[in-house]
Design a protein around this ligand. Structure first.
Ligand code: NZQ
Ligand code: ZN
Length: 410
């Protein structure tokens, strides 16, 4: 187990009706003016925004709103938000929505004290001191941004989608009311779950050796999601299924599922995030691509390409998630070479994972996401801008490898 430093200071308020406790909780934490960020209308239609604002009013907290944030959020509204936040002098940015809204809130929070253009911060400018606190009312479990130190923003002009390259202050409060997720369309539910599974797997397939405690947390989260997701899809108002999925999304990405698997001394992050790197190009070039749906295609393609680097790791994954073991070549009546037994087990594992994604409504191919072979050079160009000529940890990938993975997923 490698050394790590881990701090997850977010306060979680979880359960039925916690949406109505936003005002009192913020007031007792001493906040006076919330800058409320939301998306393209779901929280208006479902009444969630109204409940949050009423709760702020009751608690005597002033508020200003900025809506219209799209999925795969763009830097333009972040710039608008920074201007507004400075004008109103808010002391908290409150996201009401999913990863796109929370990441916009985080970018505003870190951009307020920065004198230059906020996009600089995504391209290497140092983190400014004194970023504003962020809280969220989560409406879609997926990105895990409610407790993560990261945020991801797209710059349409440059066709670049980037994570911020330093740890942000994590959100101070996360309100997690599973009933808010009853209204999610099945596709968004499934894409969210695919993203969570990907967050766990990026860490599981780091370059570190086995870390039994963390590996058990990781595979336990995935097994739970495989069980609960069909229940939530069959009955969108199944509270327990929704609640388990919501909490799994947080556990998948706050860092717990990778502790001890990091390869940077004392760091808390683990893994090379290869599939996320490959996917971010898809949603950067076409904002209609849902992040989790892109991952459901890319991750199995990456696995098929790299597994020979460490077959043992893939065998552990297959055994602990799906109960798949290589057949014993020495057993009576078995006529198979040891290498073939491993190949069969790993192939069955990846097939099983991909079948799960497809069974919950996710695409199998890039074609289903509207990506064509002709677009691959453009994806590789921005991938190289973001990652350099080689990237990854489990297996170092060149741009030729990235091309092969994209092509294998067409
Ligand atoms: O915009 P509205 O109308 O609110 O609709 C949203 C949006 O269309 C809808 N939705 C959300 N809650 C709903 C609902 N519809 C009905 N009922 C509800 N309760 O769902 C759609 C997707 O929302 P979005 O916020 O985009 O989803 P998600 O949470 O998956 O966030 C995706 C973004 O997060 C980034 C992704 O790259 C992408 O940009 N990520 C952020 C990370 C982080 N900050 O740590 C890590 C992730 O790996 C990821 O990259
Ligand atoms: Zn993700």
């Amino acid at each position: 187990m490698n050394d790590f430093t881990f701090c997850s200071p977010t306060k979680f308020v979880f359960g039925r009706g916690v949406t109505d406790r936003v005002g009192p909780e913020l007031a007792s934490a001493g906040y006076a003016h919330a800058f409320v960020i939301y998306g393209q209308g779901s929280v208006v239609r479902t009444g969630t925004l109204g409940r949050v604002l009423a709760s702020l009013d009751e608690a005597g907290i002033a508020h200003t709103e900025l809506g219209g944030i799209r999925p795969n959020p763009e830097v333009g509204p972040v710039r608008d938000g920074i201007r507004t936040a400075r004008e109103i002098g808010c002391d908290l940015v409150l996201a009401v929505g999913g990863g796109s809204v929370i990441d916009t809130a985080k970018s505003i929070a870190v951009g307020v004290p920065y004198a230059g253009d906020v996009w600089d911060l995504f391209t290497g400018a140092p983190k400014p001191a004194g970023e504003l606190p962020v809280a969220s009312v989560l409406t879609i479990p997926a990105a895990g941004s409610e407790a993560s130190a990261g945020c991801v923003i797209t710059n349409d002009e440059l066709s670049l989608k980037r994570g911020i390259p330093f740890d942000l202050r994590r959100p101070v409060l996360a309100f997690m009311d599973p009933e808010l997720t009853f209204t999610l369309p099945p596709y968004q539910t499934a894409a969210g779950v695919s993203d969570m599974i990907a967050h766990v797997m990026e860490r599981y397939f780091s370059a570190a050796g086995p870390v039994p405690i963390t590996d058990n947390v990781a595979t336990g989260i995935i097994r739970c999601l495989i069980k609960e997701t069909p229940r939530a899809l069959a009955d969108p108002t199944d509270y327990d299924a929704r609640a388990n999925i919501m909490w799994a999304g947080m556990l998948a990405h706050n860092g717990l599922a990778g502790l001890g698997r990091g390869t940077e001394p004392g760091g808390s992050s683990a893994g090379g995030w290869e599939s996320h790197g490959l996917e971010h190009e898809l949603s950067a070039h076409d904002a209609r691509v849902t992040h989790g749906a892109g991952l459901a295609v890319i991750f199995p393609a990456w696995m098929r390409y790299v597994w020979r680097t460490c077959p043992e790791r893939f065998c552990s994954f297959g055994r602990d998630v799906f109960g798949i073991e290589p057949v014993d070549p020495a057993a009576d009546g078995v006529d198979v070479e040891p290498e073939e037994a491993v190949t069969d087990a790993v192939t069955a594992t990846i097939d099983e994972l991909q079948s799960f994604f497809v069974s919950i409504g996710m695409p199998r191919t890039l074609g289903e996401l509207g990506v064509t072979k002709e677009q691959i050079p453009a994806l590789l160009e921005t991938l190289e801008q973001n990652k350099g000529p080689e990237f990854g940890e489990f297996k170092l990938l060149t741009m030729a490898d990235a091309r092969a993975i994209y092509e294998s997923a067409l």
